[in-house]
Design a binder for this molecule. Structure first.
Ligand code: ATP
Ligand code: MG
Length: 150
């Protein structure tokens, strides 16, 4: 299957639930050469939805979410970046574990089961790809997905 990345991201960012809680601003930039990506349409979309859902949940009164896709030596690199609460550097290694949630006071009123990122990682790895995270407390969090192009 080839996924139309631009169309899929358009669908995700127009989902009502992301605007229901707080003002959300999306910046999208999809480079030429990564407009089509070989991926399972259902799971790949669910993976992106999980990342956007986290970006919205783990931010304060409002959030700006940047979604970019670039081609890098045979891989499509898709980044979902927010300007939310961030992840402590001591916790980043745990966030992909099943049921893991960062145990800080900030998060106690945010609901979740700790399954989203473990699902995302399984989906990406099933495509032969990888997922990494870069974060700075109270500044930004970026999840970077790398998927092989054919
Ligand atoms: P679920 O997705 O199953 O509803 P969840 O959001 O708690 O629950 P994950 O999506 O697996 O679970 O995320 C694990 C933890 O990583 C979160 O509980 C949160 O502490 C942290 N986290 C994930 N994404 C972000 C983000 N964008 N900014 C800050 N913290 C994040
Ligand atoms: Mg989540």
């Amino acid at each position: 299957h080839d996924v139309d990345v631009t169309a899929m991201i358009d669908e995700i960012v127009s989902m009502e639930k992301f605007r229901a809680v707080k003002p959300v601003q999306f910046n999208i930039d999809i480079a030429e050469g990564v407009k089509q990506v070989p991926a399972d349409p259902l799971h790949f979309k669910n993976a992106l939805i999980n990342l956007v859902d986290n970006a919205v949940k783990y931010s304060k009164e409002s959030v700006t979410i940047s979604i970019t896709a670039v081609k890098e030596s045979g891989f499509a690199c898709i980044t979902v970046k927010d300007n939310g609460i961030g992840i402590p550097s001591t916790e980043v290694k745990n966030v992909f574990d099943k049921f893991y949630r960062v145990p800080t006071g900030d998060l106690h009123n945010v609901k979740g089961s700790g399954l989203g990122l473990s699902y995302v990682r399984s989906v990406i790895e099933a495509h032969g790809g990888t997922i990494t995270v870069n974060s700075e407390i109270n500044v930004q969090t970026a999840f970077i997905i790398s998927i092989p192009l054919k």
